[in-house]
Design a protein around this ligand. Structure first.
Ligand code: URA
Length: 300
């Protein structure tokens, strides 16, 4: 094969590799050396430090003759499911999670929470994302929608649900007489995972204190959890979203005066891939509208 063609093949292969790895669009004029601040290296470092800290704590407890601490006891809001499934270093509390909890707890309103997140470096996704994607809609809304994570368009604009999933979500809300003026919309993760991959347990755990505080500060009457990531992590459930959807649960975190009804439903991205499942989502949306209109608590 002529050298010129070999070069072209190699260039195409490198491009394909980059696309698979998540670098699927040009986001700036200048190339950035991502290797210099590798997200994975940062995550591994955090893990090692948290593990060392957990081991040191366990040694101290043993030396003081105290029994080993029950790890799940640290789960916020008493919801054990997510934390039981999380890696050990998260259950015992990594530095990043501890910092996230401290920063989130210190936020007295939504603006302060956004500022706290903007200054938080514990989630390695921040290194590869273009923008922080915090929230959209009305912070006074009676209901809050929590999705999974920003995609490419959200990453570019810094606004949740503005890509194809967002368009479908808007259409579904419109079908039950709702819109972004009446909703407050956010995600479990505030930065885009490269290549739209599924968020890891570490990423979810690191951002969870912010999402929990976000819900406390907005204090909606109803929650709509779109997709498995938000339904499972916020409700502490291990079932898949197809088992959870259509069901009402009570969501509560430590600072909330009372539990609020939360409906799990299918993610619009899933519905775009599986249009036949839209009928299930439609039932969920009707159930949401009925609750929202009556003001009742369907989870009671
Ligand atoms: N999918 C989500 O879960 N959130 C977004 O903001 C966009 C796509």
């Amino acid at each position: 094969m002529p050298p010129a063609l070999l070069k072209q093949d190699a260039a195409l292969a490198a491009l394909a590799w980059q696309i698979e790895a998540g670098a699927d669009e040009a986001i700036g004029e200048e190339a950035v050396d991502r290797f210099a601040r590798s997200a994975e290296a940062a995550e591994a470092k955090q893990r090692a430090e948290a593990q060392a800290q957990a081991q040191a704590e366990a040694r101290d407890r043993a030396a003081a003759g105290r029994p080993p601490q029950r790890e799940a006891a640290r789960a916020p809001g008493g919801r054990q499911g997510f934390w039981e499934a999380a890696p050990a270093e998260l259950r015992s509390g990594s530095d990043a999670v501890a910092t996230a909890r401290r920063l989130a707890a210190g936020a007295r309103n939504v603006d302060e929470l956004r500022e706290a997140l903007a200054g938080f470096d514990g989630c390695p996704l921040k290194q590869t994302a273009t923008k922080l994607v915090f929230a959209d809609g009305n912070p006074q809304a009676r209901y809050m929608i929590v999705g999974e994570a920003p995609g490419p368009q959200e990453d570019r604009q810094g606004i949740p649900f503005v890509g194809p999933s967002g368009k479908l979500l808007d259409a579904m809300l419109a079908a039950i007489g709702l819109d972004r003026e009446t909703a407050y919309i956010t995600n479990m993760l505030f930065w885009r995972p490269p290549g739209n991959r599924t968020p890891t347990a570490t990423e979810i755990a690191t951002c969870l204190p912010f999402t929990e505080r976000h819900i406390e500060l907005v204090a909606p009457d109803y929650l709509m959890l779109v997709g498995g990531s938000s339904a499972k992590s916020l409700l502490g459930r291990s079932e898949g979203v197809l088992k959870l959807r259509g069901r009402w649960f009570h969501y509560q975190s430590p600072e909330m005066p009372r539990p609020i009804p939360a409906l799990a439903t299918l993610h619009p991205a899933y519905l775009l891939r599986q249009p036949a499942q839209k009928r299930l989502a439609w039932r969920d949306f009707l159930s949401f509208r009925a609750a929202f209109t009556s003001g009742g608590d369907p989870a009671a």
